[in-house]
Design a protein around this ligand. Sequence first.
Ligand code: NAD
Length: 494
Amino acid sequence: MKHISRREMITRMIKTGTILGTTKVIGAPALGRAGSASESIRVGVIGIGNKGWQHIETFGRLPGVDVVAISDIDPARLAEGRKKAEGLSYRPDGYIDGRHILDRADIDAVVIATPNHWHGLQTIWACQAGKHVYVEKPVTHNLWEGARMLEAEQQYGVLIQAGTQNRSNPGLADALEYLKTRPLGAIQWIHGLFWKFRGSIGYVTSPQTPPPGADYNLFCGPAPLTPLMRKTFHYDWHWQWATGNGDMGNLGAHTTDDVRRVLGDSVYPKRIMSYGGRFVHRDNGETPNAHLAVFDYAGIPVFIEMRSLPTGVGTERMDHVRGIRNGTIVQCEDGWVNVGRGGGVFYDSSGKKVKSFAGDAGAGHVENFIAALRANDRSLLNAPLQAGVAAGELFHLANVSYRAGDSLRGHDGRALREQRLGAFPQSEAPFDHMIAMLKRNEVDLETSSVCFGPWLSYSPTPSEVRSESEPHQAMVESLLTPTYREPFTIPAKL
Ligand SMILES: NC(=O)c1ccc[n+]([C@@H]2O[C@H](COP(=O)([O-])OP(=O)(O)OC[C@H]3O[C@@H](n4cnc5c(N)ncnc54)[C@H](O)[C@@H]3O)[C@@H](O)[C@H]2O)c1
């Protein structure tokens, strides 16, 4: 990142009007990496959308923490954020360009709550500027950048917490510990679900105008500076690949993390494939709205399934499996367990609840980050960057398989399921469930395409991905090779 001198920075901010509050001393001496118990930790929040807005409050309310600066490329959101902070009795400085936060010597840590395509680069910039980082999930936008982020964390000696708050959920942690004792026998298969209704994002055929004053170049950042082709500027970037990862990498970032914790952080799937499609809506969304990924964990099949289509036409109600719409079913020999933000509930084979651990959805995650900073001890972080990167590996591979897949019309894919998933008889029930849901949504499987991805074989260190079907390999490789738009690039070696 280009470093700007303090004088140049202030001149620029005055010229561009990007500084909205001047009550704080710019360039005050840094607190020092850890901060002592008596000193306040000074934080900047970058990206004031749904989540950044919450962070202004969560960080702002913590004793010994001052949110001294916020940034958003949309001046309206920046102003709303400052108003909210004022309601909490503090006055952070506001910047359109978050790089000004990184250039301030008096800031100890940054919270990154921008769209996914920005997380990698902003994290690396923050490391280079000597800031600790709380980076929202998904911590990566693609499979490649995680290793660069980990390298930056080590090289610059900072602490990075991933925004997968379930890692700070005591009830879930207790349930997972108990599950390790195998109270219901061996694990047979796992089905993670995040089924949440989402409607059409609308369909525009000509470029849209960003909100007044918003810096669209900075919004796109590392992504191509293409015309804005969606009705709603904020949030719906999730459903376009250049900026988002679909729900597989959105809500699925929590589920893949939970699954990794069930099976053990050091265990990786050997093979991955996925299928699904974007059905019903004719809109500008690109990512699937029904998507099931299969992970082959040496004998234990893991199904991770996102769905945003309802149970049928004319309702927003969602289907469920065993009463679960958002959670992970761990099927064991003598019963099953549901784990997730609510903690863990254990059932025997007759469906009787035999034990439960109440979760708190990870309410103490931000406190955990601050405590680790104060102790200057990375080992205290409940969700170290590595965990976020590894959870990302799963959903990125699911998305790569889907995007490299074959779009099939004219049949419901039953023959292909048999061909590609025949080795996993447990895959038949979720497949049939999805097809039945599509039919209830009046999806004509004769004319709508279902995308069936190839199996990818995977080994994590060094990261190696290969399509088991040679014709798909070129596409897989191109999806694994991200491009970053100058000057928003991440070097291959830091
Ligand atoms: N941990 C969780 O459970 C959780 C929950 C919600 C969101 N999130 C994550 O938080 C992130 C933000 O989600 P959201 O729902 O708030 O989205 P959003 O679209 O509402 O907000 C993103 C904000 O970032 C701003 N922005 C874009 N580029 C920027 C830049 N370069 N510098 C400064 N600001 C920039 C946008 O203008 C927007 O206001 C996502 O990655 C999402 O996955 C995590």
